[in-house]
Ligand binder design. Structure first.
Ligand code: 6PG
Length: 467
């Protein structure tokens, strides 16, 4: 028993993660049913004393030091269940299982309770950053038993991405806290991706920007306040040559976006919690609309769009930057608002400043902006919505004229910018001291005697309307 860390599932993520563990002077042992993956890992590890692996569960279990720390990097769903069941007979009390996949948070709660009864600790621990992140430093979002985390902490802090030396991992809370935070991370990820795509569409259609120009624009944004992983890779994408034609690959990719469910779960659960996250909802809807390719093509022929009047390029780019920055802020605000409410509802006791901090490097939604967000939550730990933070008011306010102009232009010429539009509508509603929902209350009471409250006196009222 000499290996510090075990990992089940030697796919790309698993292999990269375990090599990262070994790079940090921990001895790591992998397990996979596929012997080819096992031998590939041993070969790549270079030293079987440091990185070893097996297709035999007993060998794997026997190799691990106590308490065993076993991370699963297998697809979410039934496979996680099966792997856990297979492990249980071989484990001792106090051993630790870490699910590193995007499991649904209620599944994690169920597994946590089940394993606790057997004396085994369970961690739902989101890992973000894709294959490269796993290899060089991901952002890790663990939730589970606080004391047991101390056994995992040295490995996680060593392998995680570092932001100015600080590891992008922290114990987030009990039970499914880690999975939940990762789910909302992905909801925000969906929103940021949708928004960067809308702005790309706008720049292309309204300004006729070429792929080289698009590259330049996104690359320059990435050097400024929009600095982020997604803006950075977007700038690179425009340069990628196509292997089958003279053009660029991006123009040959089918405009149907797939999804594995985490964005949808974020929206579904936000509805359960009663927290509005319309930018994220819209990003999910847009993946659904994108899938309706045949119907879109049919409809495209049925309706006419007004002829486009191109915009001045510099003005367009300047406005687009502000629109993107504004809607990025709104996306984080919505996701973090959901986390604040989930923390209350599910007893996670989340620390939003800490979460913003571990998102500053390693993960897909890492962005310069997150340092400011972390500061806002540090300054006011009770803050629920970023838009209420005094440190954000001026920068949001300053973007608004450009956001409005961009939305008006897109609406006039029929360029779909639903993520941006939702962000602005959400903002306008959230910042309205009085909304017309008084009328909805009147309607409810009119047709269904649902009662209403008044602004000028206490109590519950009902009116016999029309009398
Ligand atoms: C990450 C990602 C990752 C997710 C992919 C795909 O943080 O590294 O969020 O966990 O699986 O982004 O998600 P979709 O297939 O739903 O787009």
């Amino acid at each position: 028993k000499q290996f510090d860390f075990g990992l089940i599932g030697l796919g790309v993520m698993g292999r990269n993660f375990i090599l990262n563990v070994a790079d940090n002077d921990f001895k790591a042992f992998g397990y996979d049913l596929d012997p080819e993956k096992v031998s590939a890992l041993i070969e790549e590890g270079g030293n079987p004393e440091r990185v070893n692996a097996s297709s035999d569960l007993k060998t794997f279990i026997a190799a691990l030091s106590s308490p065993r720390k076993i991370m699963l990097l297998v697809p979410a769903g039934k496979i996680v269940e099966q792997v856990i069941e297979n492990l249980i007979p071989h484990l001792d009390k106090g051993d630790i299982i870490i699910d590193g996949g995007n499991s649904f948070f209620t599944d994690t709660d169920r597994r946590d309770t089940y394993l606790q009864e057997k004396g085994i600790h369970f961690f739902g621990s989101g890992v973000s950053g894709g294959a490269e992140g796993a290899r060089k430093g991901p952002s890790i979002m663990p939730g589970g038993n606080k004391e047991a985390y101390e056994h995992v902490r040295p490995v996680f802090e060593a392998v995680a991405a570092k932001y100015k030396g600080e590891p992008c991992v922290a114990y987030l809370g009990p039970k499914s806290a880690g999975n939940y935070v990762k789910m909302v991370h992905n909801g925000i990820e969906y929103a940021l991706m949708q928004l960067t795509s809308e702005i790309y569409d706008l720049l292309k259609k309204a300004g006729n920007l070429t792929n080289d120009e698009l590259h330049e624009v996104y690359a320059s944004w990435n050097k400024d306040r929009l600095q982020s992983f997604l803006v950075e890779i977007t700038s690179e994408i425009f340069l990628q040559k196509d292997e089958f034609s003279d053009g660029r690959l991006v123009d040959q990719i089918l405009d149907k976006a797939k999804q594995k469910g985490t964005g949808k779960w974020t929206s579904q659960n936000a509805m359960d919690l009663g927290i509005p996250i319309p930018t994220i909802d819209m990003a999910v809807s847009m993946r659904e609309i994108s899938a309706l390719k045949d119907q879109r093509i049919q409809a495209d022929k049925l309706y006419h769009r007004p002829a486009l009047v191109a915009m001045d390029k510099d003005q367009l780019i300047h406005q687009a930057e502000q629109a993107l920055y504004f809607s990025f802020i709104v996306s984080y605000a919505q996701g973090l608002h959901q986390l604040a409410e989930a923390s209350r509802e599910y007893g996670y006791e989340l620390n939003l400043a800490q979460i913003s901090k571990i998102w500053r490097a390693g993960c897909i939604i890492r962005a310069g902006l997150l340092a400011d967000i972390a500061e806002a939550f540090e300054a006011d730990p009770q803050l629920t919505n970023l838009l209420l933070s005094p440190s954000f008011v001026k920068q949001v306010q300053d973007c608004l004229p450009a956001v409005r102009k961009t939305v008006i232009y897109a609406a006039e010429f029929g360029i779909p910018v639903p993520g941006l539009f939702s962000s602005l509508s959400y903002f306008d509603a959230f910042t309205s001291g009085r909304l017309p929902l008084n009328l909805i209350q009147a309607q409810r009471d009119h047709f269904g005697s649902h009662t209403y409250e008044r602004i000028d006196r206490e109590g519950i009222f009902h009116t016999e309307w029309g009398e």
